[in-house]
Write a protein that binds this ligand. Structure first.
Ligand SMILES: [Zn+2]
Length: 278
């Protein structure tokens, strides 16, 4: 846990950076991520001191993970061995949207930002974990609503500027059983919770967030016939992280999330390593 003063400092640092980026043309040119990303070093992001606990919010990336049906399971093949080659290395083949992964705006929005061009300071954000676990245990088609966000704010205060808002549905407890995770009915329709369209719109219109995450495979509830939450969030230039792990362990307020990658050229998203510190 961390003192409110530390959160204030984090918020001040982040919002100050955003302010500088917004108003200072020459500063923006220095700190904003270059389109190519080649050979250019960004200025460091300053974090508040005082965080003590580190949480890994990432599932181990591998072939047993559940995948959205449009994509292939991850493949990991040993390519070199110490006995034969003197060194060990694997070849890994995967679709961008597998494992704990990011959706960049371009995933759903033509001409939207690619993951490699998102400014680095958006990967460090105050973390708000909104739990709908008890409802999700009874109703797999439930969604995170505006009322859930307001209830979180009633308990913890207004969402901090530049927040990353994560839905905790308890779905990550099913990770070892892909059938239970996908939760298909007799007709093959999947059932798992997600953000409601209204909640996604509220976050991008009424609050200041960098992105949103879920412990399921999709921002939208699995049975939805349209990607309404994706369109609302990515359409506003925010990013998403799907298949988050371990959200039950993290304090619902006061932690900071750190999201590593992806940064391959033109990325619509890709596997990430996500930490929370509190
Ligand atoms: Zn995705």
């Amino acid at each position: 846990m961390c003192a409110p003063s530390i959160i204030e400092t984090v918020r001040d640092n982040l919002s100050r950076r955003r302010f500088l980026t917004a108003v200072g043309g020459s500063i923006a040119a220095t700190v904003a991520a270059p389109a190519s990303g080649l050979g250019q070093q960004q200025k460091p992001v300053r974090l508040a001191k005082g965080f003590r606990d580190v949480y890994d919010l990432t599932h181990t990336f591998g072939p047993k993970l559940p995948v959205f049906p449009a994509f292939k399971p991850v493949e990991i093949r040993q390519k070199f061995s110490i006995a034969k080659d003197g060194f060990f290395a694997n070849e890994v083949t995967f679709d961008e949207h597998t494992g704990t992964h990011m959706d960049a705006p371009v995933h759903f929005i033509a001409k939207g930002g690619t993951a490699d061009t998102l400014p680095a300071d958006r990967f460090f954000a105050p973390l708000a974990v909104v739990s709908i676990q008890s409802r999700a245990a009874r109703d797999a088609d439930t969604t995170l609503t505006v009322d859930d966000l307001l209830a979180w704010e009633k308990a913890h205060g207004r969402l901090p500027a530049g927040a990353f808002v994560a839905m905790h549905s308890g779905w990550d407890a099913r990770i070892g059983d892909a059938n239970r995770f996908l939760n298909r009915d007799a007709k093959g329709t999947m059932h798992a919770p997600g953000f409601s369209e209204e909640a996604a719109r509220f976050l991008v219109q009424q609050r200041d967030i960098v992105g949103a995450g879920v412990d399921t495979l999709s921002l939208d509830k699995a049975a939805a016939d349209k990607f309404v939450a994706h369109l609302a969030l990515l359409g506003a230039g925010k990013y998403a992280v799907e298949l988050l792990a371990n959200l039950a362990a993290v304090p619902p307020a006061g932690a900071m999330v750190i999201i590593g990658g992806p940064k391959h050229a033109g990325a619509s998203g890709g596997p990430v390593r996500v930490f929370a510190v509190a």
